[in-house]
Design a protein around this ligand. Structure first.
Ligand SMILES: [Zn+2]
Length: 316
């Protein structure tokens, strides 16, 4: 393998993953406690509406439109006081706002579709998918961090939704991003893929696990690969990252060089784990494998890791 820094393509690998197309200018340096109020007073404001892990989409023009004006959002029982300011697009401020209406009782022109399906089915463009990831992660964090974890009082949203402040003990709480290492262990000839118990039929993917406190990315990659597959790793190289709003992770994709071949899969975590040769992986990537085996779909960081390895091995 040769994933040397200065061999990197002009487009960073992270630009090819799903949710990476967010083009909102966050203007984080200008966030103030009245940012949401000011944005809502702007007639050009656009809202992403969310409810229980679903995004509201307007039907029309042969496609789906996730952007609502303030007026369009009114009948959907939106909680504007719980909206977060994502930032600014070319056409004005952009917010993510919890909607209150029952997703099963929406007008026929509006559908509430879960984030995963919106992303997997490519229902909205890359920029909107990136904004959805940003908004979904923030709203999920607020929903699960309503009370101060230090004293138990109800905290209040501040800084356009990028902070919660406890009125009782003055502790500030900031949104979480949970780092997850996802790694493709590979030699020039073969790579290591596993099947989780919840995977779609025939799907094999790169191994993954949460990075723990006090751990480097590389250490987490080595620990997870040893725990899940019994494979010890030598060199570990970072490749790309992907925001993953389920609910607020950052997937950090790496390659690892194996030091042993004999797999000892952790069958509590994995249904199967084995080596795949490049020819087989290319068929899986192309959805042409005779046994129906597949990699995760394009857009997933696992796909991009596997694709980069398969192409790199082919070039050399
Ligand atoms: Zn407190």
């Amino acid at each position: 393998m040769s994933f040397r820094l200065f061999d990197a393509p002009l487009r960073e690998p992270s630009q090819f993953v799903g949710f990476a197309g967010n083009r909102i200018d966050r203007q984080s340096e200008n966030r103030a406690d009245d940012s949401v109020e000011k944005a809502l007073a702007d007639p050009s404001v656009r809202l992403l509406l969310m409810h229980g892990g679903r995004l509201y989409l307007k039907l029309g023009g042969g496609g789906f439109d996730p952007w609502f004006s303030a007026e369009e959002s009114q009948p959907l029982k939106v909680s504007l006081d719980r909206g977060v300011l994502l930032g600014f697009s070319d056409s004005g401020p952009v917010l993510a706002v919890p909607a209150g209406s029952d997703p099963e009782q929406l007008p026929e022109t509006i559908k509430a579709i879960d984030y995963r399906s919106v992303y997997m089915q490519g229902l909205i463009d890359e920029a909107a998918a990136g904004a959805m990831a940003q908004g979904a992660a923030l709203l999920a964090w607020h929903a699960s961090h309503r009370f101060c974890s230090k004293c138990g009082a109800e905290a209040a949203m501040r800084a356009g939704g990028y902070k919660r402040l406890c009125p009782a003990c003055a502790t500030e709480h900031f949104p979480r991003t949970d780092p997850v290492a996802i790694m493709l262990t590979a030699t020039r000839e073969k790579c290591l893929l596993g099947r989780g118990r919840h995977f779609a039929p025939g799907m094999y993917s790169a191994l993954a696990g949460f990075i723990e406190p006090g751990e480097t990315i590389e250490a987490a990659v080595r620990r997870e690969t040893l725990e899940e597959a019994g494979i010890r790793l030598g060199r570990v190289v970072y490749h790309a990252s992907q925001p993953w709003p389920f609910p607020y992770s950052l997937m950090i994709g790496c390659f690892g060089e194996p030091l042993n071949e004999d797999i000892q899969a952790d069958l509590n975590e994995l249904e199967d784990c084995r080596w795949f040769f490049r020819d087989e992986v290319l068929l899986m990537l192309a959805r042409e494998h005779p046994g129906g085996l597949v990699t995760p779909p394009k857009g997933a960081i696992a796909y991009n890791l596997i694709r980069a390895w398969a192409d790199s091995a082919q070039d050399s």
